[in-house]
Design a protein around this ligand. Structure first.
Ligand SMILES: [Zn+2]
Length: 407
């Protein structure tokens, strides 16, 4: 139905790929956690890699950002607020313009707003509101350029929504990524966050958002993605990134990492060095970073053998390897540079990241140079790719990952 390889090829060459929207086996419903409001649920069993939603932005923008990664408390608040404001200012007029041209569009925007009659009465719009294939929707879906639609319609439709309501919908539902893009999407905005997501979303081109299942989902399961990007980072960073977005995550991974004394005592010195080094990125005191990474990993692996709560709990071990992936990456890259064998350790890390977050484009970027040297890694990487790109041939995967291999 969608040729992901072609779409990615188009996007890479700077063209905005042309693709329609798609609503898969999903409905809008109430979240399991009442505090989370609405959610996207699957209406049948779903396999990993299955496409759930393809959605084009209602309005979107590229935003120049200058945030340290991982986020740093002192520097990022002002920058983040500035970005949000910029995004908001760019999006509201676009949404207002389209609302003036279509009554259906106004209904769709209204659907984004929660009912204000008390907390129990949340309004759950029908999925049909966002998937009906009538003419008006088609026109909205393709009118990315905004101007086109104003030319088509010389008369404004009656505006049911006032500017305040549109502001509110934009504020509540728009999404800002740490990778300098942001926008407002209809269906994806109903998907809730988890640091142990069961789905992954990926933007292709300017504004097409593809959401796929990363796990086996049972009928009625709530679909979750990570809002925080390639969150192979530990709890304090994730909690901070979530707070900037105005929410607090209480997924099992966060609850575990926040409660685990062992992690708190992982060594302030290593922790601080890691954070500092990440922030100044390549302005290298590389050996200091390496030393800290080695120590951090030694302590973690020691903990897996000696700390009661981690013994034999492979799930939690994988969460932690994923949270401290930066340290593993530093050590593995160093060993690779010195020609040491490391494929097995890399596979352990790949499995941990996959088990924890499904997939991450950022992490795949890190892996692709190693695939060239160790083609056997492809088998470990494939399940991760499935979550982002769906079922692909080996040749297609190599093209996506930018890996050229001798056969
Ligand atoms: Zn979490």
């Amino acid at each position: 139905m969608y040729n992901v390889v072609e779409l990615l090829r188009d996007a890479k060459s700077g063209r905005n790929p042309v693709c329609g929207e798609y609503v898969g086996p999903v409905i809008i419903g109430a979240a399991k956690d009442a505090n989370m409001g609405r959610a996207i649920l699957v209406n049948r069993d779903v396999e990993p890699g299955e496409l759930l939603i393809v959605s084009k932005a209602i309005a979107h923008a590229e935003i120049k950002l200058d945030l340290p990664r991982p986020l740093d408390k002192r520097e990022s608040v002002g920058e983040w607020e500035r970005m949000w404001k910029t995004l908001h200012d760019l999006i509201v007029p676009q949404v207002l313009g389209r609302a003036r041209s279509s009554e259906l569009f106004q209904k769709q925007v209204s659907g984004l707003m929660l009912s204000t009659h008390g907390t129990e009465d949340i309004s759950i719009p029908s999925i049909d509101l966002y998937s009906s294939a009538d003419k008006e929707t088609d026109m909205c879906a393709t009118a990315v350029e905004g101007e086109e639609i104003f030319n088509v319609l010389d008369e404004d439709v009656h505006l049911e929504l006032d500017a305040d309501q549109i502001n509110q919908a934009v504020e509540r539902s728009s999404f800002l990524s740490l990778d300098s893009w942001g926008g407002l999407w209809f269906l994806p905005s109903f998907i809730n966050h988890s640091c142990l997501p069961n789905a992954c979303w990926m933007k292709i081109g300017e504004d097409a958002l593809f959401a796929r299942a990363a796990r086996h989902l049972r009928k009625g399961d709530e679909v979750t993605v990570s809002y925080l990007g390639g969150e192979t980072v530990a709890f304090p960073h994730r909690a901070y990134a979530a707070r900037l977005r105005g929410f607090r995550c209480s997924c099992p991974r966060c609850l575990f990492e926040a409660s685990e004394k062992f992690i708190e005592n992982l060594g302030d010195r290593e922790w601080v060095t890691m954070t500092t080094m990440c922030n100044i990125s390549n302005a290298v005191k590389f050996y200091q970073l390496l030393e800290s990474s080695v120590k951090l990993i030694e302590k973690l692996e020691w903990g897996f053998k000696n700390v009661a709560s981690l013994w034999n709990d492979e799930g939690k071990q994988e969460w932690l390897r994923c949270s401290f992936a930066q340290a593993y990456k530093t050590c593995l890259a160093f060993r690779a540079f010195h020609g040491q064998a490391f494929a097995q350790d890399l596979e352990i890390l790949i499995r941990a990241v996959h088990a924890t977050i499904g997939a991450s484009e950022e992490f795949l970027d890190f892996l692709s140079p190693f695939m060239w040297v160790h083609p056997q890694l492809e088998a470990a990487i494939a399940p991760m790719c499935l979550c982002l790109y769906g079922e692909q041939s080996s040749a297609s995967l190599r093209e996506i990952l930018g890996v050229e291999m001798e056969n």
